[in-house]
Design a protein around this ligand. Sequence first.
Ligand code: FES
Length: 63
Amino acid sequence: MDDNNALFKVFANGPLEVSGNFRVVNSAGKIIVNEGPVYLCRCGGSSNKPFCDGTHKSNGFPD
Ligand code: FES
């Protein structure tokens, strides 16, 4: 993999892991993460969106 590219890895029944070269920007346009890996919530249940907080383990997220 080219070091300049981000890699997105889907975890079964869990988050999206993002690694490589990327930035996460919040709704105000502020960079909140500029290095990884980070784990982004796919289930909608996290109390710390956009990040996974482990809630998917208890809410039955089936994907
Ligand atoms: S995917 Fe982990 S809390 Fe949503």
